[in-house]
Design a protein around this ligand. Structure first.
Ligand SMILES: C[S@@+](CC[C@H](N)C(=O)[O-])C[C@H]1O[C@@H](n2cnc3c(N)ncnc32)[C@H](O)[C@@H]1O
Length: 344
């Protein structure tokens, strides 16, 4: 079956928009850095009021504002500027769901490396060893671990609550969250469900930050922590739920299957494995963000992880010994939710 080519009759706008998308990144990061959206939310809704609030010349504010209006981030209604609703929710500093710092951190961390994609694909890898997407070496520095984990908390606490609403954690007594990071998923689940107790396993420098969040939420009685490597020998057991929430995109399939097999060993018969991770559609037509994460997982010719389709996740779980694998979208543009069961 042939489907119509939707670009018939188009000129260069589409490829210009794709090739020059860095301009959108730059303008958005500038608006975040200068707190434009927070000032608008706080009532500075004209060019003059914004110029005063931001301490910048009105003509300059007007140019930034014009770019933001062109990107549908801000609009003008009855002579006053207002943020579009997603901007209001996620890019205004005192919003509970603010994630401007996360966008700034990730964009700045990865920006220049995106100039190297073609070179990364054509380079010949110096060794066959895969390199775990920098997680293990990067987190050896306590400051890196703090930056990464705090940004991760900010980016994912909302998703933690979404998962806790959609996934019934109260069915479980003991949950092992592997690569649990800041603990945001465990915290949200404990706040929304009675009963379940959680053990978070992650690297020592990450666990130190997780403990701060756990204490802040008064959940030390229900969430405990184990510093370590989830491929390591000493491994806690006796759980009825084990999860990997987004660490496995940093590993290639052989390692992923080995990690799943570790979770299998940690579970009691009949226990459930839950994986939340970047996921591609089975026909590999997207979504865009997982496709980009997958492409970015090749550096200097080496594979630093992989984004898998739902069907591939099911195969990996099958190989690790699990049964009844099932997958669906958790966030339709990005993350899949995959479950399976250890046979009783
Ligand atoms: C992308 S973060 C996700 C954190 C958390 N699950 C979340 O979604 O907010 C991946 C986490 O997995 C941890 N991790 C990766 N490989 C690991 C390993 N081999 N052993 C223990 N932790 C690991 C990293 O330290 C990091 O905290």
């Amino acid at each position: 079956m042939t489907t119509e080519d939707f670009t018939l009759g188009m000129k260069t706008e589409r490829m210009t928009d794709i090739a020059l998308a860095f301009k959108k990144t730059g303008a958005l990061l500038a608006a975040i850095k200068l707190d434009l959206f927070s000032h608008i939310s706080n009532g500075a809704d004209t060019v003059e009021a914004l110029a005063e609030a931001m301490g910048i010349d009105a003509e300059k504010v007007d140019r930034l504002l014009t770019a933001c209006k062109s990107m549908d981030l801000v609009r003008k209604v009855d002579g006053r500027h207002e943020n579009l609703s997603d901007v209001q929710r996620y890019l205004v500093k005192d919003s509970r769901t603010y994630f401007g710092d996360y966008l700034d951190y990730i964009s700045r961390r990865d920006y220049s490396a995106w100039e190297e994609i073609a070179d990364n694909l054509t380079a010949v890898a110096k060794s066959n060893e895969d390199d775990e997407r920098t997680y293990l070496s990067y987190m050896q520095d306590p400051e890196n671990a703090r930056k990464f984990t705090e940004a991760g908390y900010e980016a994912s606490i909302g998703l933690g609550h979404k998962l806790a609403k959609e996934f019934d954690f109260s069915r479980f007594k003991r949950w092992l969250d592997l690569g649990g990071g800041s603990g945001c998923y465990a915290i949200a689940a404990c706040e929304r469900h009675d009963g379940v107790a959680v053990t978070i396993l992650d690297q020592a420098n990450v666990i130190a930050i997780a403990c701060e969040y756990i204490d802040k939420h008064g959940l030390a009685g229900r969430i405990d922590t184990t510093p370590g490597d989830f491929f390591g020998a000493a491994y806690p057991t006796g759980f009825d739920l084990a999860s990997y929430i987004t660490p496995l995109q940093g590993y290639m399939p052989d390692k992923v299957i080995a990690a799943l097999a570790k979770a299998y060993d940690a579970l009691e018969p009949g226990g459930t494995i839950l994986v939340v991770d970047y996921m591609l559609r089975d026909d590999k037509t997207g979504p865009l963000d997982p496709a980009f994460v997958n492409l970015f997982g090749i550096r200097e010719g080496r594979f630093l992880g992989r984004v898998n389709t739902g069907a591939e996740w099911s195969e990996f779980l099958d190989e690790a010994g699990f049964v009844d694998a099932d997958y669906r979208w958790f966030t339709p543009h990005q993350l899949g939710l995959i479950t399976a069961r250890k046979p009783s």
